[in-house]
Design a protein around this ligand. Structure first.
Ligand SMILES: C[S@@+](CC[C@H](N)C(=O)[O-])C[C@H]1O[C@@H](n2cnc3c(N)ncnc32)[C@H](O)[C@@H]1O
Length: 215
């Protein structure tokens, strides 16, 4: 456990942590193609927290580029340091608010978006802060390619049902849905996030959906 100040200082030196101010100085001609130096498919994880999912995906597939997005630098530090230790060149972390996604990704440049255990925001007054609310889906529609995928994992039945409804009203086709992912997967190994482990240990069923964008 290192304190926040230490983690922020590491992030400032880490080549794989992208802060908005770097875009002008280090990547004046665009990001993330300049960063990854290839045209491989681009996959982002929103609200990546400690980034274990981004790191896990990047380890499994060197032919795609993975970007973990979160506003909390002290959480991103965990994934950033792991990716550096593993010399993973296809993983990076972007410390921004999800609300600003379209400022950092070109239109129709992203192949897939993963959202794992987002804050469910159950109050009606917080509905527009949910990462699957229509205003966020508008952003995803701007940056995803046609046929691009959105994946959601959550412990919250309320958020899951809300997402299924809102996605279908907003140009997304539900391709897969499971109310108990681990019952469906049986013993297939998966990458588990910090929150996923916590909810599993508390006995929650993990819900999963995959939706495809068709405008
Ligand atoms: C409940 S945690 C889940 C973290 C991780 N996905 C996991 O499964 O362990 C939600 C994460 O989303 C991030 N987050 C919430 N709203 C966000 C926003 N609007 N923009 C960027 N990150 C956000 C939080 O900082 C937090 O790390």
């Amino acid at each position: 456990m290192r304190n926040k100040k230490y983690r922020f200082a590491c992030n400032a030196k880490a080549y794989n942590v992208i802060e908005p101010y770097l875009l002008k100085t280090e990547y004046p001609n665009g990001w993330p193609r300049t960063y990854f130096q290839n045209n491989n498919p681009l996959v982002i994880e929103l609200g990546c927290g400690n980034g274990e999912y981004t790191v896990g995906l990047a380890q499994k597939d060197y032919n795609s580029n993975y970007v973990g997005v979160d506003i909390k630098g002290d959480r991103i530090w965990v994934g950033s340091q792991q990716a550096i230790a593993m010399n993973l060149k296809n993983a990076a972390f972007l410390r921004i608010r999800a609300e600003d996604l379209d400022k950092f990704f070109l239109p129709h440049s992203v192949n897939e978006i993963y959202i794992n255990f987002p804050d469910p925001r159950p109050k009606l007054s917080d509905a527009k802060k949910r990462l699957v609310s229509p205003r966020f889906l508008d952003l995803y529609t701007k940056i995803l390619i046609e046929g691009g995928c959105l994946h959601l994992k959550t412990d919250s039945s309320q958020l899951f049902d809300y997402a299924l409804e809102i996605l279908e009203q907003n140009d997304f086709l539900i391709k897969e849905k499971h109310y108990d992912l681990y019952d469906y997967l049986e013993h297939t190994p998966t990458i588990q996030t910090k929150y996923e482990k916590k909810f599993l240990s508390q006995g929650y069923a993990i819900k999963y959906l995959k939706a495809e964008l068709h405008k």
